[in-house]
Write a protein that binds this ligand. Structure first.
Ligand SMILES: [Zn+2]
Length: 162
């Protein structure tokens, strides 16, 4: 069974309650442990994909997709935002990692599997989980996407939040 990114409180990127943020981080860290255990044996995902995601999830400093931010927090609100930006960056990469020319392409199916593992919040922005995200226009304001530094490409890939 594939690990599923945990449910989060509404508008988690704008959350200001440290206790709620800390609880969300705890759920995300458990998900990360499940993800790493799953990646160690996931037959539906290529060895190359497993290696890329595992180095990112374990927080390898030189992870090509960016290391999971594992700084133990005096500021859980900031830590939660950092984790959501990490997730947004990985999602941003995987949504079109299959859509390249040449031998570097990943399989469509494995990319879709990883999108599922990262979670598909229903009725909310796929990146920041904002519930009031307006189609299209949200991407220029999305806090998680802005932090990844690539708003325009995300809008081109997704068209509208789903
Ligand atoms: Zn957003």
């Amino acid at each position: 069974m594939t690990p599923s990114f945990p449910a989060l409180p509404p508008d988690p990127f704008g959350l200001e309650d440290p206790a709620v943020a800390l609880a969300a981080i705890g759920r995300i860290q458990r998900w990360r442990d499940e993800l790493r255990a799953w990646l160690a044996r996931a037959p539906e995902v290529s060895a190359r994909m497993r290696a890329l995601l595992d180095e990112a999830a374990r927080g390898a400093p030189d992870a090509r997709l960016g290391p999971f931010p594992d700084a133990p927090g005096a500021d859980p609100v900031r830590d939660l935002r950092a984790v959501l930006v990490w997730r947004a960056r990985v999602l941003h990469w995987v949504v079109d990692a299959w859509d390249v020319i040449g031998d570097d392409a990943f399989g469509v199916e494995e990319c879709a599997t990883i999108e599922g593992v990262l979670g598909r919040p229903a009725g909310a922005c796929a990146y920041c989980f904002a519930r009031d995200a307006l189609p299209g226009a949200h991407f220029t304001r999305c806090a998680a996407l802005r932090a990844t530094g690539d708003v325009a490409r995300a809008a081109a890939v997704w068209g509208a939040p789903r």
